[in-house]
Design a protein around this ligand. Sequence first.
Ligand code: ADP
Ligand code: ADP
Ligand code: ZN
Length: 214
Amino acid sequence: MKIIMLGAPGAGKGTQAKMIAEKYMIPHISTGDIFRANIKEGTELGKQAKEYMDKGQLVPDSLTVNLLLDRVAKDDCKNGYVLDGFPRTIPQAEVLDEALSKLGENIDYAIDVDVPDENIINRMSGRRACVTCGATYHLKHIPPKKEGICDKCGSELILRDDDKPETVKKRLDVYHEQTQPLIDYYTNKGILKTVDGTKDMLEVFGDIVSILGN
Ligand code: ADP
Ligand code: ADP
Ligand code: ZN
């Protein structure tokens, strides 16, 4: 099963993608996580990506597309995957479709986690991310058991550099301009499914499971 998560920054794509990956035993592939891992390791890719990410802009396709295509060509992707944060533009979606169609494959579902802009700023200011394993929490809605510490691995939780309100506003603009057109793109392909992302985390997941099947 090949799944794409769509939605504004902070809509809950990552939160849901992690649960999908666990239930359906497929890898969760987040381009944002891959960039952040590279930034942490101080790689050349990380240095280049950071310049764009800190400004709330998209990382150019030249740094993004091949990275993703290489990742989905790995062995663990044979039975499918859930993509979180890719594609973010129509050209990215087209490149992915072309690469898949060469293999006689296709995306099965594009799930739009729908959350209005008004809710996003609040979601982002409360988001805390694990510096080691990438797990995400929310100070109010999904708090860790121990303040500032990851439940899963015990590392420190941080506020992402790009989750500051000024940068979030910019990212929302970029989302509406460049990413939202993907909703029509996948509607036209007949694979778009929309879930109400303002519901509680587990309710949203229940809605997704009723789409994907048990
Ligand atoms: P969020 O979870 O808030 O939607 P991500 O972790 O997916 O954010 O992405 C963080 C940043 O990484 C984006 O703002 C963008 O700069 C960069 N990025 C991630 N995926 C892509 C992509 N497919 N194309 C271009 N830039 C990307
Ligand atoms: P995205 O990957 O779309 O940027 P995340 O999954 O990182 O979004 O979620 C953004 C923030 O909102 C995180 O702090 C997360 O814990 C929180 N969150 C996720 N889903 C919900 C939900 N259904 N209700 C309230 N908060 C949520
Ligand atoms: Zn952790």
